[in-house]
Design a protein around this ligand. Structure first.
Ligand SMILES: [Zn+2]
Length: 1070
């Protein structure tokens, strides 16, 4: 009989339905292609004998430890539990004789993650059990079985967590404690390779039929081809399968034209260094994922895979040295590509400028030492927004390209570019590409590949895109099926061309060939995850403390090493501490979006860093000043102050423990002695006598009084601040210097607003715009005078937030500054609430200025456009500032990062209460400080940058004993160690020893206001005349000559461009 013609074009939908069912599981799997995928499958004790041993609690024992334990027999159906526990399975395998000559695979599905080990202790490959697209349960035992295979033993290290942890109900639900994972499969199989080949062909042809333009000839050809294949195929008939393959091969052999879009594909497995699992599980995820990928490299010599984060490589190096060696070998031949250049894929909102520099310094040095190469690509596919100083930092760190895709998550505006020049604060530029597939976990489907053109917003100028494929977030990486599909899509008419490529090849090609690429200036603000400036308050606080403490340790240690005989710079300790600080800046840790277990670990790490750094700081101070230090605090007759900031400062300082008889003032809050540290030189020291009246320099003490109108008034020579006894609000702030009221009639400052904080889904991540509409203003429960001068006057405001939560705040004013400090203690037990402190100023400005890494960034105070509106909550470092011509007010903080400014009201986000993925996020006791700093002149004319440093970096104190001799005379010879003079906008940020072990000092400075500066950098240390400017990697660029000045110091003039970061390398003279 003649075969009827199918008239496909008349019933395309029905035919599509038909051919789709050729690959589906379930109803038709016994009659479609799935019925032919395996030639043989065996299970049961004769071929697979399983025994298991369970580690106790959450221990993750080593291979050597595990295999010595006593194992008990198990079978499929066995449950591994509870969550986070580890189980070792010994599998004794007998390949049947009838498998001779075949490739034989083990299928092992524990419903969770596992690592296959050889009997000799070699990690071989990862396993991802359970359902879903990430499933990867087959391990190749032999590519060609012998007639009589001996029994062989493998170990499987089973980890009781899914690829995405152990969340309940939802991905980001807090982890379930007692999750069980069933061993659902343990069998030996022989694949029907021809049927698998047909499957991969068919997936592409089917998807082309569905996703190419429906009126295109290629779509119809694809459908006709698929239909023909289904007609040819017969279950279990080898010949029908090879006949069908001939049809699919013919279709796929039709090539596209030269002008087709080129997709540069790179395998990757995004491993979140901690997220829905702790760091210790990540260490195993790395081994599981990378072992799998190294194996693919053996099987597919053309296959390329990139991995970022030096920390992950270092863990592998320490914990899995043999696998690390294999990675190094694959890197040598260019298949395994270490990329990114940073220590981890860090958050770019919270870390300080110096932290960002250290991420590259540690990362690039690691890659260079262990792989002989630096990364040219700064690689951050998943980070929540990108600081405007990054282009300069990237350029100064030996990289010049930038990759991400995260801005595709914007929830208000679509980011308008794919391939463009990203221009930073200072004008530095990096060639940037945002993968148009909008993911780093593509599966190499036809849809993924087509979207690389369809969503490419600059395709008119650059006809290529980067394509990151492979399972990720929880690791895993590309699967065999993805690599097989990629092979077939290299050049197929109707699709973009796809090739394996090193990311460098992509960027270099764009650089050479793209014309007219557009530029984007300034920050790449992510219009989402705005709660990450605030969630997990303690982590952010510890990070700020650690960053500034390490700064002090480095500065003081450089000085001690240069001056004090026998002092050794603690390079190894600093390296360890910086690595931990950088690790915790990972893009799910410091943003506050990890599970509770992660923060239990980071709390301990920070406690260790802060404790160690505090001791090292004391060691350096003692090395310098032990000759005048008091034997005990009680017998101190004075206090030595060391100023580690680069400018002269005058502070009122609280000194604990010293005798209080005869002193000017003792703090009523904590009984510390208050002392005036008067005009302490920048990078220098001064001494205060405990009992001498220091009134000379402080003609007018600060005072506190009731004004008769229900307010407590704090007043010094600069300002008069009135605090309502009813609300606790700042109802008036009068600048006495210019006779100006700063608070508009009927408005107030320091209003505690308790907002509803219910995002759409991403709980710990998101503050949403509508939550700004819904809040209550909290009223004070009690307002009392605490300190009455002469050095400090203060008021205590007590606020009942709710039945569960309380706040106490000390508002204080010193005699020496217009800065009004707010020192807070909160017991916080809320559910989906956000606490903000809001200040309304009589100041008019369309923009507010915020502290960022090595500079400032301005954002709108209005909501004219959707781009303005999207920035309703923004990230700031030490301050936000609202200034108009001639005057401004800064809102400083010591550990907060979320600001929202609308019109003339600036609010700072203090605490949130999300419940996922950490059910207890931020519950409990908190302490933090913020301050208001009114200044004459606009922001650019102010000293806000310095004031914010001072608010965060206290003077170092050392109780000293004058004894009989004059201590003052003993320190008279100590000249300021560094000074930066001639330009108040040039900031001395970091002084450290060079990383390469030479006796060189690194000094990092930056221009902080966005203008030019010509400053003189001087040091009293003995340094050589010849010095160098360097990049962040501390490599010399240009020479700079220091000359001895009249005071015997070495000086050089440095000119700065706006927001320029300048690093100088000085050689110490012996
Ligand atoms: Zn991530």
């Amino acid at each position: 009989m003649d075969k009827p013609v199918s008239y496909l074009q008349k019933h395309g939908g029905i035919t599509k339905g038909r051919v789709e069912r050729f690959l589906t599981n379930g109803q038709w799997e016994k009659v479609n292609l799935n019925a032919s995928l395996y030639e043989a499958q065996v299970s049961g004790k004769r071929n697979i004998e399983l025994e298991a041993w369970s580690a106790s609690g959450q221990e993750r024992p080593t291979f050597a430890h595990a295999i010595k334990q006593s194992f008990a027999s198990i079978e499929t159906g066995h449950n591994f539990s509870p969550s986070w526990s580890s189980h070792w399975v010994r599998a004794t395998l007998q390949i049947p004789v009838e498998f001779e000559g075949k490739e034989v695979r083990l299928h092992f599905d524990p419903s969770c993650e596992a690592l296959v080990w050889s009997a000799e202790g070699e990690p071989l490959q990862g396993i991802t059990g359970g359902g879903g697209d990430t499933k990867h349960i087959d391990f190749i035992l032999t590519s060609k079985a012998k007639a009589a295979e001996p029994k062989r033993v493998l170990y499987l290290e089973v980890a009781c967590n899914g690829m995405f942890g152990n969340g309940v109900g939802s991905l980001i639900g807090p982890p379930q404690e007692n999750r069980k994972f069933a061993l659902t499969k343990a069998e030996l199989v022989v694949l029907n390779t021809e049927a698998w080949g047909l499957r991969h062909d068919f997936e592409i042809i089917l998807a082309m039929a569905k996703h190419l333009p429906q009126n295109s000839s290629r779509a119809w050809q694809a459908l006709a081809t698929a239909n023909e294949i289904v007609n040819i195929y017969k279950v279990g008939d080898r010949k029908s399968i090879s006949d069908a393959r001939a049809v699919s091969a013919k279709f796929l052999a039709a090539k596209g034209g030269d002008a087709n879009h080129q997709v540069y594909a790179i395998g990757n497995c995004h491993i979140d260094t901690a997220w829905l699992w702790p760091y210790d599980e990540t260490k195993r995820k790395i081994a599981r994922s990378w072992a799998t990928q190294v194996d693919y490299m053996d099987r597919y010599p053309e296959y390329l895979f990139a991995a970022s984060q030096a920390q992950q490589f270092e863990w592998l190096q320490t914990l899995y040295p043999s696998l690390f060696k294999r990675v190094q070998e694959k890197a040598k031949i260019g298949q395994f590509i270490p990329i990114g250049g940073t220590w981890i894929e860090m958050d770019c909102n919270i870390p300080s400028g110096e932290s960002l520099a250290r991420q590259f310094l540690l990362g690039q040095r690691y890659f260079e030492t262990n792989f002989g190469q630096r990364s040219k690509v700064f690689w951050l596919p998943d980070t929540f927004g990108y600081s405007s100083q990054l282009p300069q930092i990237v350029r100064l760190s030996g990289a010049k390209y930038f990759f991400t895709q995260k801005l595709s998550w914007n929830n208000i505006n679509k980011f308008p570019h794919t391939t463009f020049h990203w221009v930073g604060l200072d004008g530095s530029s990096v060639l940037t590409h945002m993968a148009p597939a909008n993911t780093y976990t593509a599966t190499v489907s036809v849809e993924d590949v087509i979207s690389s053109v369809g969503r490419h917003k600059d395709v008119a100028y650059s006809n290529e895109s980067l394509f990151l494929y492979g399972n990720g977030d929880g690791g895993g990486g590309p699967l065999e099926t993805m690599i097989e599909r990629l092979k077939r899509m290299e050049n197929v008419d109707g699709l973009p061309r796809v090739k394996h490529a090193h990311p460098n090849d992509f960027y270099e090609h764009v650089e050479k060939n793209a014309s007219d690429l557009v530029s984007w200036k300034g920050e790449l603000y992510l219009e989402l995850h705005r709660g990450t400036y605030t969630s997990q308050a303690n982590t952010k606080k510890y990070n700020r403390q650690a960053e500034l403490l390490l700064r002090d340790v480095e500065f003081l240690s450089v000085v001690a090493q240069s001056i004090a005989a026998g002092f050794n710079y603690p390079a190894a300790e600093l390296d360890r501490m910086w690595k931990d600080v950088c690790l915790n800046q990972f893009h799910d840790v410091i943003p506050g979006t990890s599970i509770e277990m992660v923060y239990k670990d980071t709390d301990k790490m920070y406690a260790k860093v802060i404790d160690k750094a505090t001791h090292l700081k004391e060691d350096a101070v003692m090395a310098l000043f032990s000759h005048i230090a008091a034997e005990s605090v009680e017998e101190a007759t004075g206090v030595l102050f060391v100023n580690t900031t680069g400018w002269q400062r005058t502070d009122v300082v609280a000194v604990s423990g010293i005798r209080s008889a005869g002193v000017q003032q003792v703090s009523q809050r904590d009984e510390a002695v208050l002392m005036l540290a008067n005009t302490v030189p920048g990078c220098g020291v001064s001494i205060a006598d405990i009992s001498s009246v220091q009134g000379d320099s402080m003609a007018v003490p600060v005072s506190v009084f009731m004004d008769g109108r229900g307010c407590i008034v704090l007043e010094n020579i600069y300002i008069t601040a009135s605090i309502s006894c009813v609300s606790g609000n700042l109802v008036s702030l009068w600048d006495r210097r210019v006779e100006r009221e700063l608070i508009p009639q009927g408005k107030a400052g320091n209003i505690f607003c308790l907002h509803d904080d219910v995002p759409l889904y991403w709980d710990a991540w998101d503050i949403e715009i509508y939550n700004l509409e819904k809040f209550v203003e909290l009223q004070a429960d009690k307002v009392t005078i605490v300190d009455e001068g002469p050095l400090v006057a203060s008021v205590c405001v007590e606020v009942v937030i709710s039945e569960q939560s309380r706040l106490r705040q000390w508002i204080s004013l010193s005699a020496t500054s217009p800065r009004l400090d707010f020192d807070c203690e909160v017991d916080w037990h809320e559910v989906h609430k956000c606490l903000k402190a809001a200040f309304t100023w009589d100041i008019s400005s369309d923009v507010a200025t915020y502290d960022t890494q090595f500079g400032v960034v301005q954002r709108p105070t209005h909501r004219n456009t959707t781009w303005d509106m999207a920035k309703f909550e923004v990230c700031a470092h030490k301050f936000g500032d609202l200034s108009e011509y001639g005057y401004g007010v800064a809102l400083l903080n010591d550990c907060k990062y979320g600001y929202s400014t609308l019109g003339n009201t600036m609010a700072i986000s203090l605490l949130r209460a999300p419940k996922g993925p950490d059910a207890n996020c931020d519950m409990g006791h908190h302490t933090f400080r913020y301050a208001v700093y009114p200044h004459q002149g606009s922001f650019n004319e102010s000293s806000v940058v310095r004031e914010a440093y001072q608010f965060n970096v206290p003077l170092v104190q050392l109780p000293v004993n004058f004894g009989t001799a004059s201590v003052a005379s003993k320190i008279a010879g100590i000249k300021p160690l560094f000074t930066v003079e001639g330009a108040s906008n040039a900031v001395l940020d970091t002084v450290k020893k060079a990383e390469d072990g030479h006796d060189h000092i690194i000094v990092r400075l930056y221009e902080s206001y966005g203008g030019r500066a010509r400053a003189t950098l001087s040091t009293s240390l003995k340094v050589a005349r010849q010095a160098h400017f360097t990049n962040i990697l501390e490599e010399p660029t240009d020479r700079i000559t220091f000359v001895a000045d009249t005071a015997g110091r070495m000086s050089a003039e440095i000119t700065f461009k706006p927001f320029q970061i300048i690093t100088v390398r000085l050689a110490l003279r012996k």
